[in-house]
Design a binder for this molecule. Structure first.
Ligand code: ATP
Ligand code: MG
Length: 398
């Protein structure tokens, strides 16, 4: 009999959710896995309440494993041999597997998920280990074995595996609804997007562009960043808002040191309107406490005062060095550091307020009809759709 890893067993860990939520979680994960692996046409799937099984058929396990590592909601997964539960068969399969591994020590770890199986776990371990010891040079090492052979016995089959691959964790994309991410093209916002998606929240993006002060290369940057994020969400919409007029008027009507505060209040107002239009339940951005003048708690308070929507700030408490580490891991760093002129950098005042006062901000804002400019921003926004080949994984909730 030929021994071969023929399946991948996907674990979701201990779900705290029960009942219908658990079902939603697992079915959503099943759909997301199928879509992430769509190009591997021979794969077949079995979605169960305990695990998801992927049958490899003729596909290359290495490439499939690499793709699976990016799918959020997976706790861990293993390459497994699915085989008959007959104990004689198990003895031979394990011996064969260990001979192929060509190591020195091993340990058996059997588990009977099917309690009707006639042999208890300890005896399964003992019988198989005895067979291996008799027919090979292997020794048992219970503390630090070269190969840990796990067997799970179910009523349909036995599953044998020797490795555990750590998954992305978090929740399946989509179970957490959808947020509107403020995407600047810098280092922080793609990382914030990634962390949010890992929590199961899908994103749509808004980008504020101020041509001719900002150039078209920023848009290419945003597209390239979203292409990298397509590994986690196959279809990302970016609403590009023409922000020039509003930006100029902010500088015309307000004191320079207040410009950033007011600019960000305008961004929040527009984002809230877009979020409602596109059915996003929250705003999100890459703000991090203390990173710049507009991100002190006093500033955040004054800026946040324009909206009642939840504003998610995944990076609120992160150090920049940790943010950069993540951005390198998800391949967005090299794109983010490409030189570009963002509307924040160009208009950056020399002495931005770290302790803006709400009354003063409101006094500046009363000087002109920014509402109609906000309306123009909304109606003139253009939507770009960035997709990977597996673009339909969001069809249910975008
Ligand atoms: P990043 O924070 O992504 O590195 P940044 O440092 O240039 O870019 P900040 O000035 O720190 O941006 O702004 C904080 C957050 O505000 C960003 O993370 C982003 O979510 C949002 N933001 C800033 N500029 C823009 C923009 N032009 N369009 C959309 N969102 C923006
Ligand atoms: Mg930043």
């Amino acid at each position: 009999m030929e021994m071969k890893y023929d399946h991948i067993m996907v674990r979701f860990g201990e779900l705290s959710t029960k009942g219908k939520n658990k079902k939603d979680f697992i079915f959503r994960l099943g759909d997301n896995i199928r879509n992430a692996l769509k190009e591997y046409k021979s794969l077949t799937y079995q979605v169960r309440m305990d695990h998801i099984y992927i049958k490899l058929n003729d596909e290359n396990p290495e490439t499939v494993i690499e793709r699976l590592k990016d799918v959020s909601g997976i706790y861990s997964f293993s390459l497994v041999i699915k085989t008959d539960t007959d104990i004689e068969n198990l003895k031979n399969v394990v011996l064969d597997l260990l001979l192929k591994e060509n190591k020195k020590t091993f340990k058996m770890r059997a588990k009977r998920a099917d309690k009707l199986y006639p042999i208890i776990s300890d005896d399964i371990n003992r019988i198989i280990a005895g067979h291996v010891l008799k027919n090979s040079e292997y020794k048992v090492d219970v503390h630090n074995p070269d190969v840990l052979v796990s067997i799970t016995i179910r009523n349909d089959a036995a599953y044998i595996y020797t490795s555990d691959i750590v998954g992305a964790g978090g929740y399946p994309l989509g179970v957490g609804g959808k947020a509107l991410m403020m995407m600047s093209g810098g280092i922080d916002s793609p990382v914030a997007s990634y962390l949010l998606m890992k929590r199961g929240v899908a994103i749509e993006c808004v980008h504020f562009a101020a041509p001719p002060y900002t150039n078209a290369a920023v848009i290419d940057k945003i597209k390239d960043l979203c292409k990298e994020l397509n590994r986690y969400q196959a279809k990302i919409k970016v609403h590009v808002v023409p922000f020039t007029k509003l930006q100029e008027d902010i500088y015309k009507y307000s004191n320079e040191s207040y410009a950033i505060t007011i600019m960000r209040r305008m961004m929040y107002r527009i984002s809230e309107r877009l979020a409602k239009k596109y059915k996003c339940l929250a705003l999100a951005n890459g703000e991090s406490i203390g990173q710049v003048a507009s991100q002190t708690l006093v500033s955040m308070d004054v800026i946040n005062a324009v909206t009642n929507m939840p504003v998610i700030r995944p990076l609120a408490i992160f150090d920049k060095t940790d943010i950069i580490k993540i951005s390198k891991k998800i391949n967005t760093y090299a794109i983010s550091i490409r030189p570009y002129e963002d509307c924040c950098t160009i208009f950056a005042p020399k002495n931005p307020k770290t302790m803006p006062k709400l009354e003063e901000v409101e006094a500046f804002e009363e000087k002109w009809d920014y509402e109609s400019e906000i309306n123009d921003c909304i109606s003139n926004a253009e939507t770009i759709v960035v997709t990977s080949e597996n673009e339909d994984n969001l069809k249910n909730y975008l």
